[in-house]
Design a protein around this ligand. Structure first.
Ligand SMILES: *[C@@H]1O[C@H](CO)[C@@H](O)[C@H](O)[C@H]1NC(C)=O
Ligand SMILES: *[C@@H]1O[C@H](CO)[C@@H](O)[C@H](O)[C@H]1NC(C)=O
Ligand SMILES: *[C@@H]1O[C@H](CO)[C@@H](O)[C@H](O)[C@H]1NC(C)=O
Ligand SMILES: *[C@@H]1O[C@H](CO)[C@@H](O)[C@H](O)[C@H]1NC(C)=O
Ligand SMILES: *[C@@H]1O[C@H](CO)[C@@H](O)[C@H](O)[C@H]1NC(C)=O
Ligand SMILES: *[C@@H]1O[C@H](CO)[C@@H](O)[C@H](O)[C@H]1NC(C)=O
Length: 370
């Protein structure tokens, strides 16, 4: 893995040894530190799909993924770090490893996110760790933490942690592009209700285990990604059906979470407005330091909208820009590291309506004080 990651791991190993030597023999996660648990899709996947039975269409473990920061393809769908990597850094945590990594150790959290995953079981079924599967993996880890640290300490880790979730985009994109019967047989409103319903089920489950602090991203402008813009044709327009679904979802999400805040014990949350932060950068790239907002850095065809970055997904030829930091999008679906860095800054530091009711800085502060 990366140099940074191994030096973090080394640092934490040394720290743990010191703690064990310095106190009693009980191995202990530094109590004052809030952990970070990560769920969702390719926005947050740090390598999960390297370790499951899937297809290269849902993997990013080949060049040029990772080229800007890691100098090595980690499985992240990006040239460098993701939002969650920047958040971990701001929170004083190391890079949070994928739970499914064969050498996984608990060094301050776990990442369960899987590229292509949805809140609905049917979304890319058989090729992803669905949100429900991710939840089951979290429960497994919780049991392991209990046997390692004892019930009380493990309970503290879970209740002091921050839980970040990005889910939903795949539940809309894939069913539309494959004209799925599940999608066709419901009104858009009903379908959104199912997606959000499954998300809230998982949130309730984590809360029943003691989790209280949650950071969500709403859906980005799904119809304005290079992939979907190319599907809309040469007019330059966004794919409006997808944007409308994203907006419908984004209106329903805060309502559902507000309701949970009234029902659940100690539930506090942050929603980051990915839709607006995204559309601003796409439409006004230079305002944010980019040269190109609509076309991807890596891919082929119109807007480099073909999902062919790396040449391993059935189309061997692809174009790669010289400097990914000039582009809002790295591949036809996923933002560049520079975009993620900006978004993470807003999520950490921003205020309503960009990040609210809490931002992640205040959520981590609350968690830390528990
Ligand atoms: C992996 O997926 C392939 C194709 O769907 C299937 O043939 C194979 O049996 C699967 N392997 C495992 C271990 O699930
Ligand atoms: C989510 O929705 C699916 C239907 O796609 C359903 O089978 C599943 O049990 C639901 N709940 C969770 C927690 O995933
Ligand atoms: C999608 O499926 C429905 C039936 O489920 C059918 O009526 C419709 O023509 C299909 N649309 C496309 C674009 O294939
Ligand atoms: C782009 O930036 C200009 C100047 O700051 C601003 O007036 C305009 O509203 C922005 N457009 C969008 C779509 O954000
Ligand atoms: C991009 O995808 C389209 C649609 O699948 C295909 O016709 C085209 O050949 C691909 N490649 C390029 C370079 O456009
Ligand atoms: C948060 O805001 C402070 C003060 O403006 C700034 O110094 C810091 O870099 C910001 N942090 C992030 C992660 O953007």
């Amino acid at each position: 893995m990366s140099i940074t990651r191994s030096s973090h791991i080394l640092l934490f190993t040394l720290l743990s040894i010191l703690l064990i030597l310095g106190t009693d023999a009980q191995p202990s996660w530094p109590e004052r530190q809030a952990a970070l648990f990560i769920f969702g899709d390719s926005l947050f996947d740090a390598g999960t799909n390297n370790f499951i039975n899937t297809t290269t269409a849902l993997q990013a473990n080949f060049f040029p993924y990772g080229e800007s920061f890691f100098k090595y393809p980690t499985g992240r769908f990006c040239d460098g770090r993701l939002i969650t990597d920047f958040i971990a850094k701001s929170a004083g945590l190391p890079l949070i490893p994928p739970y499914l990594h064969p050498k996984f150790r608990f060094i301050g959290g776990a990442n369960f996110a899987s590229g292509g995953a949805g809140a609905l079981v049917e979304t890319n079924e058989g090729f992803v760790a669905t949100l429900k599967t991710q939840m089951m993996q979290f429960e497994k880890l919780e049991k392991k933490l209990k046997s390692k640290f004892g019930d009380e300490e493990a309970g503290k880790i879970v209740s002091k942690a921050v839980y970040m979730i990005s889910i939903g985009g795949n539940d809309y994109y894939f069913p539309i592009s494959s004209n799925s019967t599940l999608f066709q047989s419901h009104s858009h409103e009903e379908y959104v209700e199912m997606v959000i319903g499954n998300l809230t089920t998982v949130v309730k489950k984590i809360n029943s285990k003691g989790g209280q602090n949650f950071g969500f991203v709403n859906l980005g402008p799904l119809g304005c990604f290079p992939l979907t813009r190319a599907l809309a044709g040469t007019s330059g327009a966004c794919l409006s059906e997808l944007n409308e679904l994203a907006k419908l979802h984004n209106r329903a999400l805060p309502k559902a979470l507000d309701k949970l805040a009234n029902e659940l014990d100690g539930f506090k949350y942050s929603i980051f407005d990915f839709f607006n932060a995204g559309i601003q950068r796409i439409n006004n790239a230079s305002e944010f330091g980019f040269k190109e907002g609509k076309k991807a850095c890596c891919g082929s065809g119109l807007y480099r909208g073909n999902f062919s970055c790396g040449g391993k997904r059935g189309e061997a030829e692809y174009e790669l820009c010289r400097d990914p930091s000039e582009y809002v999008f790295f591949d036809s679906i996923h933002p560049s590291e520079r975009t993620y860095r900006q978004l993470a800054g807003l999520m950490w530091n921003g205020s309503s309506p960009t990040a609210g009711p809490y931002n992640l800085r205040s959520l981590f502060k609350l968690a830390q004080e528990k």
